[in-house]
Design a protein around this ligand. Structure first.
Ligand SMILES: C[S@@+](CC[C@H](N)C(=O)[O-])C[C@H]1O[C@@H](n2cnc3c(N)ncnc32)[C@H](O)[C@@H]1O
Length: 256
């Protein structure tokens, strides 16, 4: 099977038509959360620079449409995953319900719901509810055996035991939103992609559930965080993205 490439198109069709069945070791998916607003923005924010609410056509569906969409792409993921393969799905409170229901309906085994505690979350502008400062990553597996590289995770875990020795990684990860040099910016200095994920998040996932030479697939590639980190860690990689402009961002980032 061809690897180390990016497909342009709808991920469900590409997975069903282009990717071999039972061929993928690890999927990381960061799907649309279906939360796009009406162009909210906050210029002159002192802590993180200008801020724009995600406002993308790919992120606006009705509730039944979103349920159908979630079922279709997760079913296609099930088809391409190897027995023993893992899928990690990024979610927020907006879409975790749909994701969990579909995983259960498709007989995945859910191993963890990782909480990403965002250490530099945006303040709540409405002042009518608690500040949202978490996202989740649901880890589910196909079949009964899976890869979990506990010792390698211990080695990269910033948390240590009281005596300074290595500690098993917990399911709560405190990480900042992408900032500084890691944030890819366009010529206008705006973020090149509205929802770029931190590389550290992907590193932990790829180290946890794949080995060198394994194939890592991201069906919603965006700016290419997953394939970039997979390549650096010696994994084979496949990305799928429907927007040509983001494929260009990912290719430039990876130097491919
Ligand atoms: C939440 S973003 C992913 C961001 C990515 N994790 C990163 O670090 O840059 C979702 C991406 O999926 C793409 N997308 C949305 N629907 C898609 C579909 N049906 N098939 C393929 N790509 C899709 C969007 O264009 C967007 O770039």
């Amino acid at each position: 099977m061809k690897t180390n490439l990016i497909y342009k198109g709808d991920c469900t069709s590409v997975m069903l038509k282009e990717i071999e069945k039972n061929s993928i070791d690890l999927i990381f998916a960061d799907p649309p959360y279906n939360l796009s607003g009406k162009g909210m923005e906050w210029k002159g924010n002192k802590t993180g620079g200008d801020w724009f609410k995600v406002n993308e056509a790919w992120d606006t569906m009705s509730a039944p449409e979103y349920m159908k969409f979630t079922r279709q792409w997760i079913a296609a993921s099930l088809q391409v995953l190897k027995d023993g393969g893992s899928i990690y799905i990024a979610c927020s409170y907006h879409n975790i319900a749909e994701v969990m229901i579909v995983l259960k309906q498709l007989d995945f085994k859910i191993n963890n719901v990782i909480t990403w505690q965002k250490t530099n979350a945006m303040p709540n502008m409405t002042r009518r509810m608690f500040t949202h400062s978490t996202e989740f990553v649901v880890w589910a597996v196909k079949g009964k055996k899976w890869i979990f590289n506990n010792d390698e995770l211990k080695a990269i875990n910033p948390e240590k035991q009281i005596d300074g020795s290595l500690k098993a990684m917990r399911d709560v990860w405190s990480l900042p939103l992408v900032q500084g040099k890691e944030r890819i910016r366009g010529k206008d200095n705006r973020a090149a992609h509205p929802t770029q994920k931190p590389e550290e998040l992907l590193k932990r996932i790829i180290v946890a559930s794949s080995n060198k030479g394994d194939v890592v697939l991201d069906p919603f590639l965006g700016s290419g965080t997953t394939t970039h980190v997979a390549k650096k860690l010696g994994r084979r990689w496949i990305g799928i993205e429907k927007e040509g402009k983001y494929i260009e961002v990912a290719k430039k980032r990876m130097g491919v």
